[in-house]
Structures are given as C-alpha cells and as structure tokens.
Design a protein around this ligand. Structure first.
Ligand SMILES: [Zn+2]
Ligand SMILES: [Zn+2]
Length: 286
C-alpha cells in the first residue's frame, strides 16, 4: 500500500455500528475516509498520508512547500499539522510547522505528535519550531477529529480557518453527509473576527538521527537514551540503528555512516599495504 493510496470505505463505515455517532471519537477509518475526499479537493498539497503510516510516530517526508497531515497524539486526540499556508511577518531562521489543535489550551499534544511532525518535515537543520495557532477550541471531549477535518477542508478551499467560527453542533451531521455524498464542502460556520494573537504557544524542537526526529519519551515520560557516535558525535535512536548497532570492546558506539566510512578507509589501507608487501623483480628486458 502506498501512503496516499485511497482506502475504500462503505456507507456502513460511516452510519453503521462503528460509524460516526453523536459523541464518539473519530477512528482512523473515518480519518482515512476523509483523506480520500481531502485529496480530491486539492491533490497537489503534500502529506495527507493514510493514518497507519503514522502508527510509530514516523511518516514519510511530506512533499512540496505546502503540506498537511491529521496526526494522532498516541492517546485519543487528533490535531492538524500544516506547513506553508501562512507567511511569517518576521523572518525566523528556522522552519516552522503550524498546528491547529482544537484543545490547544489543554496542551494534549505530546512527544508522539512532535515526533510525527518532525518525520513529515525531515529538516536538514538541527531544530525547528511548532506554532500552536489560536484556532477555535472544542467545547466537548470528542470533536477533535471533526475539527481537524473542518480546518483542513477550509485551508484546501483557500480560506483561513482562524477567521471562522464553526457551528460545533452541526459539524458531525455535515461530515457524515459529505462522506456519504463522497464530496467535502465547507463546514457550517460564521465569519469571526481575526484573533489578535494568532499563535498561542510555540515549541522549539531539536532533532537528531537519520530520521530527523527528537528523542522519544516512553510511557513513563522518561526520555529514551540516545546513542552518541564516538566518531561524529551525532545522536541516534537505538530503534533507527536497530540490528546494525556497533559497540567496540569499551562499549563506545559508532554510527553506521561512520562505520561505512571507516570500512572504506580500512579497505584502502589494506590495498596500500598489499602493494607494500609485493615482491618486485628488476626489469632487465632492454
Ligand atoms: Zn532516528
Ligand atoms: Zn558517526
């Protein structure tokens, strides 16, 4: 399966037992169904990968200057991460990802969503920023997925979700109708005043490793110990080095990139030594 391959869904997935009911949390089946319609709206926007590609807080790099992805935080919360839809007034030297989080006040985003965002950005710099936008906040515990789809639809239609107040009580019925009709239209809203503060808070993220993600936090919120290469001093996730992990007798770690370089140098040295050991015979053929 390709990351942007459309996943077939039936009306039963929307209206059946596991469908979209009054107060349930949207599942990855519903979000993937919405992606089919979101990609139909504007296929040129990068990201929009099927949910299962983010299960390990790792997505493929998002293509293009503009991309978006609805991201699960690993514990019952959906947010929308976007890049390239806003211009910054002040030029910040680092890349910035803008996040629409309908629970931004509660700070439900965590290291899992941060790692997912980093994997989409895959910056060559050593850090980046996440701006949490001052978007509409949900007034219940279960509408985050619906809001993420409403924000995404609005952006793909070329409009600014920060200037909208969505009618929360009408959003679910609208989403269900769109999915049954197989076409997304703007979610019911009233124009709102543009918020004076457009960024609620931001996060500075340092990234490492081949995957360009930060260190992981495990379930007890302890930071995973990164491997530090003794040759290049860069940090790597043990899971990204997996079976290739190389420690010397003293327990020092060498990353696979440096190891490859070392092996090449060793081979060249051996070739040289081979020449040194060669017997030579005086050429008296003249
Ligand atoms: Zn890694
Ligand atoms: Zn190294």
């Amino acid at each position: 399966m390709q990351p942007r391959q459309n996943i077939e869904f039936t009306d039963h997935d929307i209206t059946g037992r596991k469908g979209i009911r009054k107060t349930n949390f949207l599942s990855d089946i519903h979000i993937d169904a919405a992606y089919v319609l979101l990609r139909n709206l504007r296929d040129s926007i990068g990201g929009m990968y099927n949910c299962r590609f983010g299960e390990e807080a790792k997505f493929p790099k998002a293509e293009g200057d503009k991309w978006m992805q609805i991201i699960h935080n690993g514990s019952n919360h959906w947010i929308l991460a976007t890049k390239g839809f806003f211009k910054e007034k002040k030029q910040v030297p680092l890349q910035t990802v803008e996040v629409f989080d309908s629970c931004a006040n509660k700070e439900l985003t965590n290291n899992f969503s941060t790692c997912s965002i980093a994997s989409l950005l895959r910056t060559e710099d050593e850090s980046f920023y996440i701006d949490y936008l001052n978007c509409q906040q949900q007034k219940n515990d279960y509408d985050c997925g619906v809001f993420a789809i409403a924000f995404a639809t609005c952006l793909l239609m070329g409009q600014n979700p920060l200037k909208k107040t969505f009618r929360q009580s009408e959003l679910r019925a609208h989403l269900k109708k769109c999915l049954i009709d197989r076409e997304l239209t703007m979610f019911p809203n009233d124009d709102a005043k543009f918020p004076t503060v457009s960024v609620l808070r931001n996060e500075y993220v340092e990234v490492h490793c081949y995957c360009r993600r930060p260190a992981f936090r495990n379930r007890t919120r302890k930071l995973e110990k990164m491997l530090v290469c003794k040759a290049c001093s860069y940090q790597f996730h043990p899971t990204c080095e997996n079976d290739k992990i190389c420690f010397d007798k003293k327990g020092n770690f060498t990353c696979s990139m440096c190891l490859q370089k070392q092996n090449k140098e060793d081979r060249e040295k051996k070739e040289l030594l081979k020449n040194i050991g060669k017997k030579i015979v005086f050429d008296d053929s003249d």
